[in-house]
Design a protein around this ligand. Structure first.
Ligand code: ADP
Ligand code: ADP
Ligand code: ZN
Length: 218
């Protein structure tokens, strides 16, 4: 089973992806996280992606398609996987279908988290992340137990450079023009699960779980 998680920046994709991956034992790939790790390690991919990520632009399709193809090849054994942040353009969605078809596989479910813009801005401007383990927090809605410290590994929390207000606004525009059409792409295929993401984390999670096939049968 392959699930893709769609939604604007700040919709809660990373948060729900983590919960779903744990609960359903899914291999998880987050393209944003993968690019941030590559940038931190100064790999060729990281250096190529950095200027796009910092400006809130999308990294070119051919680069991202290469990343996903490589992940799928290396993780051929992963029968159940969840994608967070990919695909983000129609070109990526079509390429994903092509790569999966070559492997005799397909996207089974596309979960779309719908959240109003004002709430997205609130969420992104209060987001803090752990640079060591990738855990996500929010100043107001899910603060760490000790201010500024990761609950899981104790590292100092940071804000993402692309969570500055000017970049947030640009990412939201990029989302509307380039990624919104992907939602329709999966709707037309009849595999879209649309969820109201503007509710507490546990409520959103329960809704997604209810819409997906029961864990035993996947
Ligand atoms: P995305 O991966 O879609 O950008 P995240 O999962 O990183 O979104 O969440 C963005 C911010 O909003 C984080 O600070 C996170 O803690 C917070 N958040 C996530 N889901 C909810 C929710 N349902 N209600 C309130 N805040 C949330
Ligand atoms: P968010 O959680 O706010 O939705 P992500 O962590 O998923 O953001 O992505 C951060 C940045 O990484 C994006 O703004 C973009 O520059 C780049 N990126 C991630 N995934 C993709 C993708 N599939 N195609 C192009 N760029 C991507
Ligand atoms: Zn941590």
């Amino acid at each position: 089973m392959i699930i893709v998680l769609l939604g604007p920046p700040g919709a809660g994709k990373g948060t729900q992806c983590e919960l779903l991956a744990r609960e359903r034992r899914l291999a998880r790939v987050s393209t944003g996280e993968l690019l941030r790790e590559a940038a931190a390690r100064h790999t060729a991919l990281g250096e190529l992606a950095r200027p796009y990520v910092e400006r809130g632009e999308l990294v070119p399709d051919e680069v991202m398609i290469g990343v996903i193809r490589e992940w799928l090849t290396e993780n051929a054994h992963a029968e159940r996987a969840i994608f967070d942040g990919f695909p983000r353009t129609i070109t990526q969605a079509e390429a994903l279908d092509g790569v999966l078809a070559d492997l005799g596989r397909q996207v089974d479910h596309a979960v779309y988290l719908r959240v109003p813009t004002e709430e997205l801005i609130r969420r992104l401007s209060g987001r803090y992340v752990c640079p060591r383990c990738g855990a996500t927090y929010h100043l107001a809605t899910s603060p760490p137990r000790v201010p500024g410290r990761c609950d899981i590994c104790g590292a100092s929390l940071t804000q993402r450079p692309d969570d500055r207000i000017e970049v947030i606004r640009h990412r939201l525009e990029v989302y509307l023009t380039q990624t919104m059409p992907v939602v329709d792409y999966y709707r037309r295929k009849g595999i879209l699960i649309e969820v109201d993401g503007a509710r507490p984390i546990e409520t959103v999670f329960a809704d997604i779980q209810a819409a997906l096939p029961p864990v035993e049968s996947n």
